[in-house]
Design a protein around this ligand. Structure first.
Ligand code: ADP
Ligand code: MG
Length: 278
């Protein structure tokens, strides 16, 4: 029998723990450094869907890349399930805004790329898993197509399939719907919500859409710039599944939306003035 006390402790223990992370980039041209983010602290529980909002250039991608193990923190550290992140790992997968597909590979082979780090898999196993991931994102029948033959929405589905094929516990999604048209965006947002709530994955989802942040997130983290850090965290206490149409008439949704508009507008103004004194 499971012990409810241990279970609830496990649920509340941070699964992802971003501890005082500062990232400074070396600027080769001037020889100086740029503090992209400073003292970022963030804890995320297993199974949580966290959306991230903030003005352009405030360091959202940088923090995600530190969690992904693609960028090294200058100070601080990230723990995932208690272990320090030292580089990329199979339990974390990234979905990039610009899809980052390999143009010379078919859909099938692009998705297969997500498994190529896992040399221990037998070929019949990986074939099945690649096909399952393709089916799950609705691309059955396009296995032999090349990225250039696909719409933006379909290319992003390939990016999503490549990320989920290795069955990561954590999905890091950097404006994954930023480059697709409005209608596709809405359809994919609903599909992502279904897919992820069904699989219980932990998700960090960067977006510039306030509506998307509210409709998808269990919690919204708002970043500020100069230097980037966490400004505000808001729990989204709206029932699921959420639909844009249903939300439009929900006073709590409208209240959250207005609040976020105001916060982000203030931030954008501060950012355009060159930020605060540092
Ligand atoms: P966001 O994703 O919120 O738009 P980024 O994390 O991409 O922000 O960037 C934060 C800041 O760091 C920006 O000022 C950006 O120009 C700078 N930056 C990002 N990546 C690099 C890099 N590789 N080298 C130098 N500066 C960078
Ligand atoms: Mg970014």
């Amino acid at each position: 029998m499971s012990n409810p006390a241990t279970e609830s402790a496990a649920r509340t223990a941070p699964f992802i723990d971003v501890k005082s992370v500062t990232v400074r980039y070396d600027l080769s041209r001037t020889g100086g450094t740029l503090t992209a983010v400073e003292d970022v602290n963030l804890t995320i529980s297993e199974g949580e869907f966290v959306t991230v909002l903030g003005p352009s250039g405030c360091g959202k991608t940088t923090v995600m890349n530190v969690i992904a193990g693609l960028v090294e923190a200058s100070e601080g550290e990230v723990l995932v399930d208690g272990r320090r992140v030292e580089g990329p790992g199979p339990e974390r997968a990234v979905v990039f805004q610009d899809y980052a597909l390999l143009p010379w590979r078919s859909v099938f082979d692009n998705v297969k790329f997500g498994l190529e780090m896992q040399a221990h898999l037998k070929s019949e196993d990986w074939r099945m898993r690649v096909q399952e991931a393709i089916d799950l994102v609705g691309l059955s029948g396009f296995e032999n197509s090349y990225p250039r033959e696909l719409s933006g929405g379909m290319q992003q589905r390939v990016g999503l399939a490549r990320a989920i094929v290795a069955e990561p516990r954590i999905l890091l999604m950097d404006e994954p719907l930023g480059a697709v048209d409005a209608l596709t965006r809405e359809v994919m947002r609903d599909e992502i919500e279904k897919l992820i709530t069904a699989t219980g994955k932990t998700v960090i989802f960067i977006t510039h859409s306030i509506e998307e942040a509210i409709l998808l997130g269990d919690r919204i983290v708002v970043f500020k710039s100069h230097p980037g850090s966490v400004l505000e965290e808001i729990t989204v206490d709206l029932p699921r599944p959420r639909s844009e149409r249903g939300a439009q008439s929900d006073p709590r949704y409208l209240e959250l939306r207005d609040h976020l508009w105001e916060v982000l507008q203030n931030e954008a103004t501060a950012a355009s003035r060159g930020g605060r004194a540092s």
